[in-house]
Structures are given as C-alpha cells and as structure tokens.
Design a protein around this ligand. Structure first.
Ligand SMILES: Nc1ncnc2c1ncn2[C@@H]1O[C@H](COP(=O)(O)OP(=O)(O)O)[C@@H](O)[C@H]1O
Ligand SMILES: [Mg+2]
Length: 257
C-alpha cells in the first residue's frame, strides 16, 4: 500500500466483476484493475465478514496500519486485534469515554482498548468506548472493532453505535468492522458500508443478508464467493459502494507483528 495524495491504494490489483444476472463466476472475461483506492479523509465504513480464521483480522490490521493522518483506536473485544508492536499502541483504561487530548507535537496516536468481558455492563462499556471515536466531533478517528457482533448487535445497538453508523461523517469517524456473521448484527453495518470485504461466508442466511444489503442477487453472490474461495486461502470479494461494483482480490499482505 502506498500513501498518495489524500488516498491510499494497495498495489496488488483486483478483478472487477460484472454482477449482471447473465454473469456467473468464471463467465465474462475478467477485467484486471488496480485495487480501488481509499480516501481516508472521507468518513469510511469498511465491513469485513468471514468465518473464523478466514483472514478478517489480518485484513483489518493491514488497513489500520496503512491509514494515514488520524488518531486510531482499536476496540479489541477478543483481545487479539494486535496492530503490531511497532505501532506502540497506548492501552486505554476500562472507563474509556474520551481519547487523551490531541498533542500537536506528537501527532495522531494509536490507542487500544480491551473491554472487561466479566463486566456486568459489557455491551454498554463497548458502546461508551465508541464515543471516544465520535467526540470531539471535529477530531478524525479511525476505529477498528474486532468482533462487530458485540458492538453492533441487531436491535440492541447502543446510542453511540447508532450514531457511528448513521452519522459517522459528521463526526470524522471511520470504522473497520470485523465479524464472522451477517445475521444477528445490525444490517446498517453492511448497508452503510463503503466497502464490504467478504472472505469465507458459508452460511446461506448470511449470504442472503449481505446480498440484500449490497443489492446483488444471492445466487450471483454465492457463485462469486465460491469462485473466490477456489482461488486459494485469504482471497476475498470486495463490494465498493461508491462504484456499486464487486471486485475479486488476492490476499492482502500479512504483516507479522
Ligand atoms: N492475507 C493473508 N496472508 C497470509 N496469511 C494469512 C492472511 N490472512 C490470514 N492469514 C493467516 O490466517 C490466520 C488467521 O487469520 P485471521 O485474520 O486472524 O482470521 P480471522 O480474524 O478471520 O479469524 C492468521 O494468523 C495468518 O496466519
Ligand atoms: Mg479475527
């Protein structure tokens, strides 16, 4: 990934797929494309779905590490969303509500918050921590939530979670949201996603939920996911909302920490 003018792109390339009904996996001649660049100055929601071990956290870590120009916060629900020792992440206390004050001499920082899974107010704690990405409104923050199901549970998403999904752009908030399932999770995580990265999604109900929220037929999505899986481990399908396009992409670089 190389930092460009206000955006960054990964040099590995991607294949633009034609999601028209006539196109099934392996049908129309694929068009090779550069990996569509991300503009980190715009509010971005990047949702990453796939079963355990399929490569979500590795992808999230790569995007997180590559993200320029803003404070970065990991809401690390499983305790293993490690950005890498070289990021010198600052561990934040349990009662997190705000990030430490921005110090212009230090510049943007990397922060990590790990909730106490034994807390009686576990979900509320997570929702409150999301507020650290929302306020103050004019402070750009990238938040990586590893295990979005806890932070954005369907019908139980807290006030900060709702604000983050509906009004992130008013808060200069970007998010990388990882989780194994689409079902049981707030559907806005997909429908508000600027990108949806799909690894191995074996459950048909999850595929239907994703398909409905990105506007692709479940049959086409299943065919493209199967074809992507055939390419090898850690390949993924990426929906880019601004283009309303699907891309098939080779594995992102795996940075050992
Ligand atoms: N892009 C990749 N390239 C090489 N190895 C990968 C890649 N993605 C994942 N892996 C391997 O698979 C393991 C599990 O990936 P991870 O991202 O932690 O899965 P998930 O978060 O989906 O459970 C990683 O520890 C790594 O060894
Ligand atoms: Mg993971």
């Amino acid at each position: 990934m190389s930092a460009g003018k206000g955006s960054f792109a990964y040099a590995g390339g991607a294949t633009l797929l034609d999601p028209a009904p006539s196109s099934t996996a392996g049908g129309a001649a694929p068009k090779t494309h550069p990996w569509p660049p991300i503009d980190p100055t715009k509010n971005q929601i990047i949702t990453i779905i796939g079963k355990k071990g399929s490569g979500k956290s590795v992808a999230a870590r790569h995007l997180f590490r590559s993200w320029p120009g803003s404070d970065r916060l990991i809401i690390d629900i499983t305790g293993d969303a490690d950005p890498g020792d070289d990021m010198n992440a600052i561990r934040l206390p349990q009662d997190l509500t705000r990030l430490p004050a921005f110090d212009p001499n230090q510049g943007p920082q990397v922060y990590r918050w790990i909730p106490d899974t034994r807390s009686a107010t576990f979900r509320d704690d997570i929702d409150r921590a999301l507020g650290a990405g929302l306020y103050p409104k004019d402070r750009p923050v990238l938040v990586w939530v590893d295990e979005k199901g806890e932070a954005f549970k369907a019908n139980q998403t807290g006030p900060h979670g709702r604000t983050a999904l509906h009004q992130g752009r008013h808060h200069k908030l970007s998010m990388i949201l990882c989780g194994p399932r689409a079902m049981g999770v707030e559907p806005l995580c997909i429908s508000q996603g600027d990108r949806v990265l799909m690894y191995d999604v074996p459950n048909p109900a999850d595929r239907e939920r994703i398909a409905a929220n990105i506007g692709v037929s479940p049959r086409v999505l299943t065919a493209e996911l199967n074809e992507t899986k055939r390419r090898g481990p850690y390949w993924y399908l990426m929906y880019v909302a601004a283009e309303d396009q699907l891309y098939r992409c080779p594995p992102l670089p795996h940075q050992e920490s």
